[in-house]
Design a protein around this ligand. Sequence first.
Ligand code: GTP
Ligand code: MG
Length: 303
Amino acid sequence: MYICKYILDPLSEIHKSGFVTILGKPNAGKSTLLNQLLGQKLSIITPRAQTTRHRIFGIDSGDDYQIIYSDTPGVIRPRYKLHERMMDSVGTALEDADVLVLLLSAYETHDESSLMDMASRFSGPKLLLINKIDISQPQEVDMRMHMATSQMTFHENFKVSALKGQGVAEVKAAILSLLPKAPPYFDKEQVSDRPERFFVSEIIREKLFLLLYEELPYSTEVEVVQFEEDEEISRIHATIHVERKSQKGMIIGKGGLMLKQIGTEARRDIEVFLGQKVYLELFVKVSEGWKDNPTYLRGFGYR
Ligand SMILES: Nc1nc2c(ncn2[C@@H]2O[C@H](COP(=O)(O)OP(=O)(O)OP(=O)(O)O)[C@@H](O)[C@H]2O)c(=O)[nH]1
Ligand SMILES: [Mg+2]
């Protein structure tokens, strides 16, 4: 997505705005960091890798600033067209960025060579965050920091716990100091570029990732097919797409129990998100091989 940057107006003399991309491997804590920076739950979070599949704007506005964060999918080597689309969205988020936040987990180890290559190609200011310090050995944290700083130059380095919020205020202060002078790009009340129905589908997907076993969540996609809001209640119909027929029964579960649990837990969170009562109906549909099918992927919002 190309974002047209505003022509400066007199306001921009005192107002700062910019795009900040959070980059890292799956599970590093990018979505946790975004939510912590925003002070609200926008992105879904699960202990499983590859939870985030889309670039998501999280917008933090103050009187004289607007920070537009991009949460991004974790950097992986693509195995399906789905992954290719996910990595394309990471590439675009890097192209648009004024500031890059590179988030490395001190707790897990990955092959980070492609991630470090991407980060080193970014020519703007970079912040290095070593995350999960609450559960990591100090030597491990220092080693990760040394490994990254020996490969490229960062404007500033931080040791953080995105989960506990440790060090996050300092990161925001550093971001504010690096933002260019510009007027706001979005309405100051806006928290994301995505509509409510996108977050509704994400909440359902979060429950699939939390409740389903092994590789099954990776075969699922959620599509909100009907979303009607009135003053009293939101009526939502969503389809859970699976790749193969055999997976359909596993999602529905014995006596429909699994689907019921997914629905109950999702509805509870959607009610909190929308601030009103929700009637949620879930269907399961086989969309053979959707992860490698451009038509399905387009329909699910992967461009
Ligand atoms: N202990 C601890 N756990 C964390 C911290 N940050 C994130 N986590 C946990 O790490 C897991 C992954 O967090 P996410 O925020 O979903 O990670 P992500 O980088 O967005 O992952 P993908 O979307 O898969 O790329 C979750 O179980 C989080 O609760 C942290 O600072 N400390
Ligand atoms: Mg994420």
